[in-house]
Every structure is written in C-alpha cells, then in structure tokens.
Design a protein around this ligand. Structure first.
Ligand code: HEM
Length: 204
C-alpha cells in the first residue's frame, strides 16, 4: 500500500522536515550552550500548550497512550539541569499552533512530535558531546524514549492507523504540515531569512 497513512505523512512532509532540520542545524560543531538553552526554551513554549491542545482531542481510551508521550516535563528538567531560570514565552494556541480539532488532526500533529524522537537518537549524543553533558542531564528532551524509541515509534504507527479513518487522511496530513510550519515559524522567528534559504536549498 503505497498511499497508506504513514507513507503519506512521511512523503508529504519530507520537504518540511528537511527545511526545519537545516534551519535548526543541531548537528553542527560549535553548538553553544546559550543557543542550546534558548532553543529548549522555545521548544517548551511550543510543546507545553501544544500538548494541552492535542491532549484535549484524545478520546478517553487514548489518554494514557498520549500522557506517556508528553515531553514538556523533559524540557523543564533539561532547563533546570542547565541552570536556566528565565520566564518562557508560550505559543498562543489560536495564532501559533496548528488547527487540531479531532482525532485525525491530533494524530497528524502527533506524528511530527513522535517522529522527532527518531532524529533525537542522533541529536542527543551530539549535544552531550558538544556541551560536555552527563548522560540524560540537559539532553533528556532529545533523548526522548531512550532505548524504547523504536518500540514507542512502532506503537504510535499502529495506533495511528487503527484510529484515523481513511476518509480523514487528508486532515491528518494537513495537520502534520501545519505542525511543521508553525514549529518552524515559532522556533526560527528571528532567522526567517535563513529558514527561507534553507527551504530553497532543501527543495532544489
Ligand atoms: C537537526 C534536527 C534533526 C535531525 C538531524 C533529524 C533527523 C532525523 C532522522 C535521521 C530521521 C530518520 C530516523 C529513522 O528513520 O530511523 C528523522 C525522522 C523524523 N523526524 Fe527528524 N530530525 C531533526 C529534527 C526534527 C524535528 C525538529 C522534527 C519535528 C519536530 C522532526 C520530525 C521527524 C519525523 C516526523 C520523522 C519521521 C519520518 C518518518 O519516517 O515518517 N525531526 N529525523
């Protein structure tokens, strides 16, 4: 099945992923502690309200499934471990977050956050090396589910296919694209020119 839900999500967001990956450039050498802390603060400002919005669209039967995937506490712990204590700007759900109204759009949006744990397997050790962090102290968000990353990803994929009706695949894909785009805007607001250049490079 070439056009099943997960391949559609992957194929139809591939350009968004490349664009965000290039703009964040987290695998660079010379990553600075201040820049890393600022990025974690931006992530937390997005992820915390996003988790509330998406959690509100989960049926009761998926509450535990969703709650064990919440990542805002990891960001809070990382920032505390790095000694960051600044006030965080939170995304406005109406203006800065994707439109998530039902289980299909919730799973499309969740695809982006769950998929990011796959890249995290490369990012977490790189960040630890760059900033000389002890394991799990300051890079817990990118370390995500640690050794459970593969099984959590497979469980996410199976659940997504089971709960999103085929007639709503377009809605799921739309929400995934909106999630990548709103994350890019939120995380890269001050460097939108660089982001645009990265996007042009990614699709060329
Ligand atoms: C520098 C930053 C990033 C790097 C280096 C990176 C790298 C990767 C890699 C290597 C994979 C494939 C892993 C595998 O197939 O085993 C992947 C998958 C994925 N990443 Fe990223 N990533 C980055 C940032 C992000 C961010 C910020 C998001 C979204 C918040 C994201 C969302 C995804 C998704 C949704 C997938 C799954 C694609 C699929 O198989 O359907 N990534 N990433």
């Amino acid at each position: 099945m070439r056009h099943d839900l997960l391949s559609r999500l992957k194929n139809e967001t591939a350009a968004c992923h490349a664009r965000l990956e290039n703009a964040l450039d987290l695998m660079r050498d010379g990553l600075q502690r201040d820049a890393y802390i600022a990025l974690l603060e931006r992530f937390l400002g997005y992820v915390a309200p996003w988790e509330d919005a998406v959690g509100a669209c989960m049926p009761a039967s998926l509450r535990a499934f969703f709650d064990e995937r919440r990542k805002a506490p990891l960001l809070v712990a990382d920032l505390a471990a790095l000694g960051a204590g600044r006030a965080i700007a939170h995304a406005d759900p109406l203006r800065d977050l994707p439109r998530v109204t039902d289980v299909a759009s919730a799973f499309g949006s969740l695809y982006v956050m769950e998929g990011s744990t796959l890249g995290g397997r490369f990012i977490a050790p790189h960040v630890a090396r760059q900033l000389d962090l002890a394991p799990g102290v300051g890079n817990a968000y990118f370390d995500g589910y640690g050794p459970r990353t593969g099984s959590m990803w497979n469980a996410f994929r199976e659940t997504a296919v089971a709960v999103v009706p085929q007639a709503s695949y377009d809605d799921a894909v739309r929400a995934a694209i909106e999630t990548f785009e709103s994350l890019q805007t939120w995380l890269c607001a001050e460097s939108s020119d660089e982001c645009a250049q990265a996007a042009a490079g990614a699709v060329a």
